[in-house]
Design a protein around this ligand. Structure first.
Ligand code: SF4
Ligand code: SF4
Length: 278
């Protein structure tokens, strides 16, 4: 079986104009500001160029924070599409047409996240519809935060009448004293089911998957990159339990791991297991 190209999940920075109550960073956002790192486009491009020279064209998923709030993001990202296949998760659709016009054709894909506490549905859907005309916006995502679940079908109706697919990520975290996604009721699971997202063909988990100790190619075929360039095996290992980085992409001798290693997390919330378990 041919080895797939390495995949990187890059939290480009932690800043975001929104402050969603279900955000991974909601409780710790003020403490994250010192961890933002803006070394300049040339340094950033040099790091991803070295990775291209070492591993060929990779899959580079850019998340945040809000990627479009990163200084000089549009020209930087357009250059990155000449090195790697780039996927972006953003809550801001306004910059998408310009980025699409500057990027390498066929190398950019964008998912737009709808955050109902930050923007009106119609406003967001209209922006997504305009962005979709650029051909790079593939779908809209929504977090399955319990207060949203009764409204999923009306959200979906608004997007689908504009020809846009809506998918739902299960919520991971505490709401009203209960730990999700394990706390979803059967009725809530049924509300999510028609829109449940998938990764690598595997549905996102509504019941946490236990992965501790299983051999996994996280770190070999996949890495999570923090704004300062530190590389971790995966998001799962960093979920509530900080692990040491195995390298830093700004270091000239950065390298991925040579092979699989046991999972050090209890559960794998980002569904990375779907393409990484050995
Ligand atoms: S838009 Fe995304 S990054 Fe920003 S606060 Fe909301 S969930 Fe977090
Ligand atoms: S199973 Fe998931 S959490 Fe565990 S090492 Fe692999 S990717 Fe990370």
């Amino acid at each position: 079986m041919a080895m797939r190209p390495p995949h990187f999940d890059w939290s480009i920075h932690y800043r975001c104009p929104n402050d969603c109550p279900y955000c991974w960073y909601h409780a710790v956002r003020p403490t994250l500001e010192p961890a933002n790192f803006y070394p300049g486009a040339e340094t950033v491009l040099a790091a991803w160029r070295r990775i291209r020279e070492k591993y060929g064209e990779c899959e580079l998923s850019i998340t945040g924070g809000e990627p479009f709030s990163y200084p000089g993001f549009i020209p930087l990202c357009a250059e990155l599409t000449r090195l790697h296949r780039v996927f972006i998760a953003t809550a801001q659709c306004a910059g998408i047409p310009e980025l699409a016009s500057l990027s390498e054709k066929g190398k950019l894909e964008i998912s737009a996240s709808f955050h109902p506490e930050s923007v009106a549905l119609e406003t967001f859907a209209e922006g997504a519809w305009k962005a979709a005309a650029s051909g790079v916006l593939k779908r809209v995502w929504l977090v399955g935060w319990p207060p949203f679940l009764e409204r999923l079908s009306s959200y979906n109706a608004e997007f689908s009448r504009r020809g846009i697919e809506m998918k739902v990520y299960p919520f991971w975290g505490n709401w009203a004293g209960r730990e999700y996604p394990a706390a979803y009721t059967q009725a809530q699971r049924e509300l999510i089911a028609p829109y449940l997202g998938a990764r690598e063909g595997q549905n996102m988990q509504l019941v946490p998957k236990k992965t501790a100790g299983l051999p996994c190619r996280a770190g070999q075929l996949h890495a999570v990159i923090h704004p300062d360039g530190n590389a971790f095996r995966c998001g799962g290992e960093n979920y509530r339990r900080q692990q040491a980085p195995f390298g830093n992409i700004f270091s000239p001798d950065f390298a991925l791991l040579d092979g699989p290693a046991p999972c050090r997390a209890d559960v794998c919330p980002h569904n990375e297991w779907a393409f990484l378990l050995a």
